[in-house]
Structures are given as C-alpha cells and as structure tokens.
Design a binder for this molecule. Sequence first.
Ligand SMILES: Cc1cc2nc3c(=O)[nH]c(=O)nc-3n(C[C@H](O)[C@H](O)[C@H](O)COP(=O)(O)OP(=O)(O)OC[C@H]3O[C@@H](n4cnc5c(N)ncnc54)[C@H](O)[C@@H]3O)c2cc1C
Length: 477
Amino acid sequence: MESMSISSSSSSLQSRLFLTRTRTRTRSRRSISAVPPLSLPIRRRRSFSTLALHRSDHDVVVVGAGIIGLTIARHLLLNSHLSVALTDAKLPCSGATGAGQGYIWLAHKTPGTDTWHLALRSKHLWEELAADLETQGSDPGEVLGWKKTGSLLIGRSSEEQAVLQERVNLLSDAGLRAQYLPSHLLHLEEPELDVGSEGAAAFILDDCQLDAYQTVSFIQKVNNTFCLKGRYAEFFNDPAVCFLRSEKTGAVEAVQTSNRTLYARKAVVVASGAWTGTLLPNLVKPNCVVEIPVRPRKGHLLVLENFRNIRLNHSLMEVGYVGHQNTTTLGGVDLETTGDDQELTSISMTATLDVRGNLVLGSSRQFCGFSREVDESIIECIWNRAAEFFPALKLTSLDSSLNKQIRIGHRPYMPDGKPVIGPIPDMPNVFLATGHEGSGLSLALATAEMVSDMILGNPTKVDPVPLSIHGRFSCNL
Ligand SMILES: Cc1cc2nc3c(=O)[nH]c(=O)nc-3n(C[C@H](O)[C@H](O)[C@H](O)COP(=O)(O)OP(=O)(O)OC[C@H]3O[C@@H](n4cnc5c(N)ncnc54)[C@H](O)[C@@H]3O)c2cc1C
C-alpha cells in the first residue's frame, strides 16, 4: 500500500513499528568503493515507462525518511526556495530512528576526531531549535520530548576511573562544562545508582535528550506546511528502485520508485540509513558501481511505561559504550554471537527517564542482518545489566505485569566510525548522508545543514573533507 503526506501521531507511528516484522537477511559484508567513469551509453529502463503518468518534478529528491532524510528536507525548505520530495520504503520511524534513545550528547564524543565538529555544531543547532520553540511560546519538552538533564558516563573500576578522569579533562579543555564525580559525589547526583566505592562518573552538565517520535512528528509537521506552497511532497511505502539518467549527459535526472518517477532538477540525496549499502548499488547500476560499507547493527531498547520504582535525575551510560565502535568493550557485557557475521553481541547499560516518565533502558549491538525479531534473552540481559547499577530493579521482575515496549532498530554502522556525507564521485548531483551508527539523532541537524549547503553551493560550517566518500575506502579499491 502506498501513502502520501500522512500526518501521524507519534503513538500511532510507534504501534505500527512494533507490529512490523521483517525477515530479510543480509549475509555479506559490504566493502569496496569503486566508481568507474560513466562511459557507457545510458538508457532509461523500459519496464518503468508506464509510470510516466506518475511523474512529478522537484528541485531535490530525498530517499529515506529517517531523522537524516527528514531533517535534510526540513533544512532545505526553511533555508532555500527549493522544492523537495521525500520518499521512503516504509514510514518515518520505521528504521533506526524509531529505536533511538534520544541522547543529544557530547559525553562520549572525542575532541580532535573527524566527527567532533559535526557533533558540536549539531548539538548547538538542537539547542537553538529548543530555544526558538520556547521563544515562540511552545514547550520544547512537549514538542520534542526535550530535556536538559546533563549526562553521566559511569564506571565501576579503577581502570574506568582513569578513563573517566581523562575524558573530563579532554572535554573541559574543549570548553564543555564537565566534572569528574567520585563515588560519594555521584551518589548525591543520582542516589539510586550504585557504582561501588571505586565507581565514578564524567558529568557533562549541558548534555540533552529528546524523544525520537515526538521530534519526527514535529519535523513532519514543519515540512508539511510547505505542501500547500507546492514546495514539499512526501511518499511513503514507496521504495526507491533505481536512478534514471539523462541520455545526453549521463547525469542522474530522477529517482524511480515502485509507484512513480520523481524528477530532481538540482539534486538527489540518499539517506537510507543501514539500507544504503544494499540499495546504492541497485540505484546506480548498470552504469557504474558504488559500494559503501554500511552495515545494519541491530539494537534492542526496553521501555517501561510509567515506571515508578526508580527515579533518575540525569541520563546515564556506562563508559563501556564508548568502545563499541570497534566492538571492544570496557565494562558492558559481551554475549555469544548467533548471527552470521561472527562478531560479538554486546550490551552496555544506558538509562533515562523520558518526558512522559517512561524508563528507557538500553542497549544491545549485534550484527545479524535486518532481522526484526525480538530476542528475549537480550532483553533479559539489558534488564539484568541495568539492575547491576540500580539495585532497586532487582526487587522487580521483568514479567508481563510491567507495561513494556521493545524497540528494535538497525544502526547504520560504518567500519571507520564516521558517517559518509557528500557527493558521489562522478555523480556531482547525488549526495550521500548515511553511516551515523549510534549518533544519528545527535548529528542530524548539522548533517542536514552540511548537505543543504553543499546542494546550494554555500561554504559548509564544518569541514566536510573527513566525511566525504573521496579516498575514504581507497584501501579497498
Ligand atoms: C537502540 C538504539 C538506540 C539509539 N540511541 C541513539 C541516541 O541516543 N542518540 C543518537 O544520536 N542516536 C541513537 N541511535 C542511532 C540513531 O537512531 C541512528 O543513527 C539514526 O536514526 C539513523 O538515521 P537515518 O535516517 O540515517 O536512518 P533510518 O532511521 O534507519 O532511516 C532510513 C530510512 O530509509 C528507508 N529506506 C530503506 N530503503 C529504502 C528505499 N529503497 N527507498 C526509500 N527509503 C528506503 C527506511 O525505510 C528508513 O525509514 C540509536 C539507535 C538504536 C538502534
């Protein structure tokens, strides 16, 4: 079924997400990026000629309505005169975005790395958005699920103490308000947390959180205000299938979806998250080969609705999370893998209360293709891990009397830990924005700004070179 321009409440999106189960599996690892020059004569695919009636014309076509695609559309609509079409294989929030815990954090980002300035800029843009809402008389808590709780990165051993102290020094030197809290001071901040006498935390006072469903709902509303002006159209349950090229120049002219042809006068943006690795080769074939090593990294999140048994003042994460990019952990739990990829399934404790008083506990990381199956053993492990930090949870059993939801999403994982943002070589009007792994909500607004600036030919606020596709995967060429 195809739908266009839906206006969904966050809760209806959520219930649809939980009902969806996809059994697709991706076995192979994507690797190699190679873009041979466009030398072959290019022909439009005949099988789609009957879709000419479903043609529409836009300045920019965005593929993928996760947080990245939605915010790119929003940024272009608010900051240019361009018209935008957004298309998704399913619905907004059906990808990783719907499972996101909502941390808009710098606590686990490292100054000096290639993504630091993007993270810094994006956090600033989120804060600006929350402040703007307030100025306009809206409550950012109600609109975005926004909370400025500060973040606690916590550890329980002397080894982790040293890591946390170093992190506080690094972040303080970079200008952030960061404090090292030894066990007794941490207890004052978060009385229900038990980290033992060797425990400690890095407390980043200005870190924030949002609710992914509320935020997506807000962005959709903003985008849809441009429908009447003829500048915005969204097409859901309508997957992109291939690009159509100009017969004269070979340039990408349109995105062919299952149901229509979306012409793009200025640019096409591929923001299809973890699916980009498998989708992109199909979009560009048969004229060239582009492979980006994005892989789905499955995550489970446990949400306990209206959970009153513990109170939290801040959002928390165990310091082991920081090492997850390389599947190594300091703290956290590593489980036997059941996936084809033979990497460890790992779990790090994350905990927060959202604006509605739900306790949100995370999270797992697992390479097992695009499976949406709920693994109850992982949920149990998330719960047990949280109980190691919050003894009060041991008094409650995770049985059916608790009102719980399980969210599943596939983080777009990149082996080098950086998103890919920028034009595809030899296809200057086709832009990629993917690979944000566990930070796509945090990084969305600066990514959207960067892509928009590239399309508009403006200088970018953050250096895009380390994030570009150019030379990035050269070792695989
Ligand atoms: C458990 C968990 C917790 C997380 N917590 C946080 C957090 O606290 N903070 C944070 O910053 N990040 C967090 N993340 C990461 C964040 O959710 C992701 O990085 C982000 O959602 C990625 O957004 P995206 O738009 O790139 O991808 P997605 O949200 O996956 O969107 C991609 C979209 O592309 C669509 N698509 C696929 N194929 C096609 C096609 N052929 N045609 C059209 N559309 C297509 C999909 O249907 C999907 O809607 C978490 C992730 C998980 C799983």
